[in-house]
Structure formats: structure tokens, C-alpha cells
Design a protein around this ligand. Structure first.
Ligand SMILES: Cc1cc2nc3c(=O)[nH]c(=O)nc-3n(C[C@H](O)[C@H](O)[C@H](O)COP(=O)(O)OP(=O)(O)OC[C@H]3O[C@@H](n4cnc5c(N)ncnc54)[C@H](O)[C@@H]3O)c2cc1C
Length: 408
């Protein structure tokens, strides 16, 4: 570390920019591997998409709804077991502090859509991953006589995302700092590598990292533009989710199949501090809902629930919507990426860019990033101390969207 009266040079092995699930998971893995790694977050940890996610850890069955096993379903098949070993404290990241909301979720249809799938769901390809639920074993919400369809249980699970984020933060809290870009900017070196210049209290610091990893979700796009990096590129998949806060006693986690290959409706249930719960609605409803106003979408959601679960009475519920974009690496024809994405930035030797594309695939992202980092023979773990960035302060944990809207 070099010091002059008003300037200090700081350095680390790896600086991660963006503290959603991708950055936090990667930080945990790098620290465990012995790297002197830090993370810089501009707002709140678990930020944009992570806090807004439904917390479903898919084993891929959702991606076989077209009736065949695809690249997406194969890449993702191992993920629930990977997460389970982490939750048990036996994996590559310690998630013992995180909570599971449900260790399975359901697939149901009240129409003929499920019969189209019946042969496939009973086939070898899905053995052990999907089980038909006998009438007597149905969850309380599907015990009603008005339910005439079939119900399947998937082995996939649902996590309480805020507790996952907190567990990842707690493991490495001293390495996570708040960055205020009003007082910081990127520097380009003559060899095209980059560093960060930080001003604070009439002092300047230069932060060098042998590798910067951009895991800022949709924030990656602005950073790539600012750095003049033209590849990789990003695409956004806009969603308009519905949140319903109510006192209906049953929780539910599942996809309703319609005529299309994306679920017609996905429901997840999330506990509130005041004992109520929020039903969070996604699937096709949220994809098509981007063209609707909040009022229109709430109207559509009410109609969907009445059509699909006419026996459910949510009583005097509070309704709200959330617009949020999924950030993904750009694909030909705007296709859905089927793996986590990590790549070196073009013309910038010490920058990598990553998008998990799904919460589920975050372990896959960290594996790929570490393989790329270790592929650089010069980048071995150093035993150097954490750079002196304590003056930046530490960012808070992000609230859930329903906490922001409903206040509990
Ligand atoms: C509505 C919704 C539901 C979803 N449900 C599921 C699901 O059930 N299962 C599943 O597997 N996946 C799901 N996903 C996808 C999943 O949530 C995302 O793939 C994942 O959370 C992305 O994580 P991330 O860390 O890349 O980005 P984010 O969670 O968006 O985090 C990015 C972080 O970077 C910070 N940041 C941004 N710009 C900067 C900057 N310039 N400097 C520093 N920090 C910066 C932000 O503040 C934020 O904290 C869902 C996504 C959405 C939108």
C-alpha cells in the first residue's frame, strides 16, 4: 500500500461489483478459496432481482413443459441438491443460517393442459423428480371438492430469499463495502486494465484489483457502457408481478399449467412480520402484464385466481404490483439463456461480467467464474490483508418488495 499525504493506493486480488445473489455467492466461494476478495454494492445487498425473486430453486421440470428435456432442464437438474448440501452446511458455501419455505412445489391444472403432459410426467425422464399427488395427500388448499384437476409434486424447493442473502453477507461482512459512484469512478490504465478512483473526506484512493467481476444485474449494462466495453451485451426481460397481502391461512407454492409452455400462473407465499402473508404471482401473468397498468393487471390477476381457484377467498386483501426486469446476457432472438453466464470483457484484461440468469443457477455461475479466474496462471490466492476501505461503510440488506409496499 503506497501513501502520500492525500492519496493512498489500495489493492486486492478480486473486487466484485454488485451484491445480489451472484456477487455474494461468488465472494463466499473466493474467500473460502483463499483469495483476498471484496465486494462493492451501491445501494442494498440482495438488491434488485434477488429481493424480487420467488425463491424457487428449480430442478428443471418447469423447463420441460414443452414435453421434452432441453438444455435448460439438463444444466439445472443438479442445482436443488447443490443448494441442499449448502443449506446443511456441507456444501461449497455455508447457508446454515438460511430458511427453506417449502421443500417442494406443485404443478396443477384445472383444464385439459395437464392431460397433454401426463404421459411425459410419468416417463423415465422425470422419474424421481415429479410425483402425482393422491387425493388424500393433497395440501389443504387443494382438498376442496371444487378442484377437479390433477396435482403433481416437484422435488424442487422454495427458499426464504432474505435469509439466504443474510447468511451469505454474515459469512463475509467485513469484506463488503458501500460504493457511492458520486464520489468514485473508473480509471483506464495504459494496458487497458481498469481501477477505481475513490474520493472521501479530501482524501483520494486508487483501488486496484487483479480481477474485477461485474455482478451488478441490470447495473452491468451501464458499467459496460461507461467503460466502452462492447461485449458481452445485456438483454432485459421485463416482468410485472402481483403482490397480495392477506390472512388466508394456507401457504402455496406452485405453477398452474395453461396452454403455453410457460406456466399460466406461478404462486409463491412469503411470510410478513405481522403474521399475514403475501401471495406473489408471476408466470405468464407477469410476462403479459408488462403491457397493462397496475389496475388492469390486478383486475386480470383477480380473474385468474377466480378461474383457477374459485374456492379460495382471500378476504379483504391488499393488492399491489411490481415492475422489475430480469437481466440476462443477450441471446439470439431474445431466447431464454439456459445456463449461468460468465465471460471476460472485450478489450479489458482485468474485467469479467456475469449474470446467473436464475437464482437457482448461482452455484453454476460461481463454478464458471472460479474456473476462469484460475485459468489465469498469475491469479493465485494471496494472503494479503483486506484493503482499508472501512471509511466507505457497509451497505444495508435490501427489503423485500412487499415490505416496501405494504410496510410489513
Ligand atoms: C420477479 C422475479 C422472480 C424471479 N424468480 C426466480 C425464481 O423463483 N427462481 C430463480 O431461480 N430465479 C428467479 N428469478 C431470477 C433471479 O432472481 C435472478 O437471476 C438473480 O436474482 C440475479 O441476481 P444478480 O445478483 O445477478 O442480480 P441482482 O439481484 O439484480 O443484484 C444486482 C446488485 O448489484 C447492485 N448494483 C447495480 N449496479 C451497481 C453498480 N454500478 N455498482 C455497485 N452495485 C451495483 C444492485 O444494487 C444489486 O444489489 C426471478 C427474477 C425476477 C425479476
Amino acid at each position: 500500500m503506497e501513501k502520500s499525504q492525500n492519496h493512498t493506493d489500495l489493492s486486492c486480488d478480486i473486487a466484485i461489483i454488485g451484491g445480489g445473489i451472484a456477487g455474494l455467492w461468488l465472494l463466499n466461494r473466493l474467500v473460502k478459496a483463499g483469495y483476498n476478495a471484496i465486494l462493492l454494492e451501491q445501494t442494498a445487498l440482495g438488491g434488485d432481482q434477488t429481493a424480487a425473486s420467488q425463491g424457487m430453486i428449480h430442478g428443471g421440470i418447469k423447463y420441460t413443459l414443452s414435453g421434452s428435456i432441453t438444455g435448460a432442464s439438463e444444466a439445472i437438474a443438479d442445482m436443488p441438491n447443490h443448494w441442499r448440501s449448502c443449506l446443511a452446511g456441507e456444501g461449497d458455501v455455508d447457508l446454515r443460517g438460511a430458511a427453506i419455505l417449502s421443500d417442494h412445489f406443485y404443478l396443477w391444472s384445472s383444464s385439459s393442459a395437464l392431460s397433454r403432459m401426463t404421459t411425459f410426467l410419468a416417463s423415465k425422464a422425470t422419474r424421481g423428480r415429479v410425483n402425482k399427488v393422491a387425493k388424500k395427500d393433497r395440501p389443504a388448499i387443494f382438498q376442496h371438492n371444487a378442484f377437479k384437476g390433477s396435482l403433481y409434486q416437484l422435488v424442487d424447493m422454495v427458499l426464504d430469499v432474505p435469509t439466504v442473502v443474510k447468511a451469505l453477507v454474515d459469512n463475509c461482512a467485513e469484506r463488503i463495502f458501500h460504493i457511492d459512484w458520486q464520489h468514485a469512478h473508473w480509471l483506464r490504465n495504459s494496458d487497458q486494465s481498469v481501477a477505481i478512483h475513490i474520493e472521501h473526506d479530501q482524501q483520494t484512493r486508487r483501488l486496484d484489483a487483479r480481477q474485477f467481476v461485474l455482478t451488478a444485474g441490470q447495473g452491468n449494462e451501464a458499467m459496460l457502457n461507461e467503460l466502452g466495453i462492447t461485449a458481452p451485451k445485456m438483454q432485459r426481460r421485463p416482468l410485472h408481478q402481483v403482490m397480495i397481502k392477506h390472512h388466508y391461512p394456507h401457504r402455496f407454492y406452485g405453477h398452474c399449467l395453461g396452454a403455453e409452455t410457460t406456466p399460466r400462473l406461478t404462486i409463491s407465499s412469503h411470510p410478513c412480520a405481522d403474521g399475514a402473508q403475501v401471495w406473489y404471482l408471476g408466470g405468464s401473468l407477469a410476462e403479459k402484464g408488462v403491457h397493462q397498468t397496475a389496475e388492469q393487471l390486478i383486475g386480470t390477476a383477480r380473474q385468474e385466481l377466480t378461474a383457477l381457484m374459485p374456492w379460495v377467498d382471500l378476504g379483504s386483501a391488499q393488492w399491489a404490483t411490481l415492475r422489475v426486469d430480469r437481466a440476462e446476457p443477450r441471446q439470439r432472438n431474445f431466447a431464454r439463456p439456459d445456463k449461468a453466464f460468465v465471460s471476460r470483457a472485450e478489450n479489458c484484461p482485468n474485467v469479467m461480467v456475469a449474470w446467473p440468469t436464475k437464482l437457482t443457477l448461482t452455484p453454476n455461475l460461481a463454478d464458471e467464474a472460479i474456473a476462469l479466474i484460475q485459468g489465469q496462471s498469475l491469479l493465485q490466492p494471496s494472503a494479503a490483508p483486506i484493503p482499508e476501505l472501512g471509511f466507505l461503510g457497509h451497505p444495508p440488506l435490501a427489503p423485500t418488495p412487499w415490505h416496501t409496499v405494504f410496510g410489513a
